[in-house]
Design a protein around this ligand. Structure first.
Ligand SMILES: NC(=O)c1ccc[n+]([C@@H]2O[C@H](COP(=O)([O-])OP(=O)(O)OC[C@H]3O[C@@H](n4cnc5c(N)ncnc54)[C@H](O)[C@@H]3O)[C@@H](O)[C@H]2O)c1
Length: 256
């Protein structure tokens, strides 16, 4: 929540991965606060559906088909966002996926490279594309979705994914510290298991899902809006001295 009433009214956020899960929930939260939303996702049809819901809340919306691994497409998306809304105040990088689950010795070159392309290079592309615009206004907040898996290392199933998310935590810290004196803040969020289509996309076996749930002291998966509300706080003027770090949202841990 912001310190100043109506802080978000008329401000603009770019959200990647906005068609589903955490990105979609965050879009609706920022729309509730009166912000304009650029919904960038590889799934344009679903991004259009979320854009319609955003507009229903009275907020501005622009849905863009985007593969975050395609740098030229990312540049084009930022240009379109600026053309539509003028100033981009916030960037929320939520696009990501665990890829196929695989034990370490089963991770092949393709899986390794695709996982890094989506989860690390995608975040790099979007941050590097939007930062010159933010710097030209001496202001901007970037929030990246990492994962608590970066702290666990993902043994047995997701070392490729955990390592790619570790890169997000590190990159966020570096960008935050490099631009801290120029009006830019950058933070990452490291969620525990959140109830979204993410697990289905990774074809996570049911026993793995049960183990993840049992490992959370609160005994449940998080809801996507429980991440979105943190994004809102991080972007707000109630959070002005916070930058560089990652924040864990995980029902109390799950470090086994
Ligand atoms: N759900 C969880 O348990 C969990 C836990 C920790 C971290 N995360 C991270 O949270 C973020 C959001 O995941 P979610 O749970 O909302 O999953 P989700 O599958 O519901 O949403 C991911 C979105 O990213 C989009 N996307 C995929 N590849 C893309 C690409 N190349 N370019 C643009 N968009 C692309 C998908 O179309 C989808 O709309 C991801 O970065 C994920 O790694 C999720």
């Amino acid at each position: 929540m912001a310190r100043t009433p109506e802080y978000f009214v008329g401000k603009t956020i770019i959200i990647t991965g906005a068609a589903s899960g955490i990105g979609a929930a965050t879009a609706l939260i920022f729309a509730r606060e009166g912000a304009n939303i650029v919904l960038a996702d590889i799934n344009k049809e679903k991004a259009d559906e979320v854009a319609a819901a955003v507009k229903k809340l009275g907020a501005g919306a622009l849905a863009v088909a985007l593969d975050v691994t395609d740098r030229a497409a990312v540049d084009k998306m930022v240009k379109a966002a600026v053309a539509k809304f003028g100033v981009i105040d916030f960037l929320f990088n939520s696009a990501g996926a665990a890829g196929r689950r695989a034990s370490f010795l089963e991770i092949d070159q393709t899986l390794w490279e695709q996982t890094f392309a989506l989860n690390s290079t995608g975040v790099f592309n979007c941050m590097q594309a939007v930062l010159p615009h933010m710097l030209s206004h001496d202001a901007g907040v970037i929030v990246n979705v990492a994962s608590q898996s970066h702290k666990r290392g993902g043994p047995g199933a997701s070392i490729h994914y955990a390592a790619a998310k570790g890169a997000v935590v590190t990159m966020t810290m570096g960008v935050a510290r490099e631009f801290a004196g120029q009006g830019i803040r950058a933070l990452s969020i490291s969620p525990g298991p959140i109830d979204t289509p993410f697990q289905a996309a990774a074809e996570t076996p049911p026993e793995f899902i049960e183990k993840a749930r049992a490992d959370v002291p609160m005994g449940r998966f998080g809801r996507p809006d429980e991440i979105g509300e943190m994004v809102l706080f991080m972007c707000s003027d109630a959070c002005e001295f916070m930058t560089a770090d990652t924040v864990y949202i995980n029902g109390g841990g799950g470090w086994r």
